[in-house]
Design a protein around this ligand. Structure first.
Ligand SMILES: Nc1ncnc2c1ncn2[C@@H]1O[C@H](COP(=O)(O)OP(=O)(O)OP(=O)(O)O)[C@@H](O)[C@H]1O
Ligand SMILES: [Mg+2]
Length: 270
């Protein structure tokens, strides 16, 4: 089997394999794409928490992106963890050189256990430089709260926050509802023409490590194969939902999801 498309992931490494670059590569591969990477940070972590975060130099990140793309042109770029303003600025310059129009930005800020994965000044740089360059931004609720400086407690607040993100220059927004305390999860997709709310029963499990990284990589892969953006979000959410349902139960804490759960792909991802 030959991969259908090529995706470049710019993100951090998760040694436990459930989130970050590892989740991205697994997702893209499981869904039939070819994954390339530019690693922005190395984290030592397991399902119980993050032990350390070591950022890679901006120069090395820039080199990974430009040297890789010079040879193999990605169909879509997915961006995850970017630790500092310096890194964001150099990724911004690289993206300007590559001129890709299909960029999915997952504005990763805090790990499930509470460790910060971005420093404070970097949040502003991300908001003012990178947000406008992305085709889609996929914040979770705490990230959408930080970016919009609004509290989010329900779906109406999510729609409001998505509108603020459009006003800030985003083209398309998907606010993920996994962090709200409710029986049903609402993921809110908004652009200037369309509002779509994806609704799913909340699966009762602690094994949701990496759902966000997995979702944005799944969306990137579907998009890279030529699916429209809203459809790619719908299929990505479905993929994550099935990956959570198969409940791997690895580790003593917040365990990973099952990225190989796409074997029924042909049947389920039309
Ligand atoms: N318990 C659950 N049951 C069903 N779907 C879930 C559950 N938790 C998260 N999801 C789905 O997973 C996707 C990612 O949402 P989430 O809010 O967990 O992102 P995130 O906080 O960025 O994840 P991460 O902590 O990995 O960065 C969304 O589509 C959300 O609906
Ligand atoms: Mg996330």
């Amino acid at each position: 089997m030959k991969p259908k498309s090529k995706i470049l992931v710019i993100a951090g490494s998760d040694s436990s394999g459930g989130a970050g670059i590892q989740a991205d590569i697994k997702t893209i591969t499981a869904l039939g794409g070819y994954a390339m990477t530019a690693i922005t940070a190395i984290t030592s972590q397991n399902t119980l928490g993050v032990k350390s975060v070591n950022s890679i130099s901006s120069k090395e990140i820039k080199s990974q992106i430009l040297y890789t793309c010079k040879d193999i042109k990605p169909d879509v770029i997915k961006i995850g963890m970017l630790y500092s303003s310096n890194i964001i600025n150099s990724v911004f310059l690289c993206l300007n050189k590559i001129k890709s129009k299909k960029i999915i930005l997952d504005p990763v800020m805090i790990a499930k256990g509470g460790t910060k994965l971005i420093n404070d000044s970097a949040i502003n740089t991300l908001k003012h430089r990178l947000l406008k360059q992305a085709l889609l931004i996929t914040p979770n609720i705490p990230e959408a709260e930080v970016l919009t400086q609004n509290t989010i407690s329900n779906t109406r607040d999510m729609i409001n926050a998505a509108k603020i993100l459009l006003d800030l220059g985003s083209k398309n927004v998907l606010i993920k509802g996994g962090h709200l305390n409710s029986k049903v999860i609402y993921d809110v997709f908004l652009n200037k023409r369309c509002l779509k709310i994806f609704k799913n029963k909340k699966i009762r499990t602690t094994n949701t490590h990496g759902t966000g990284c997995t979702l944005s990589s799944a969306i990137a892969t579907f998009l890279s194969c030529g699916k429209p953006l809203k459809k790619s979000c719908e299929l990505g959410i479905k993929y994550v939902n099935q990956a959570i349902k198969s409940n791997l139960s690895y580790g003593k804490g917040n365990g990973p999801i099952n990225h190989l759960n796409s074997f029924n792909m042909k049947k389920n991802f039309k």
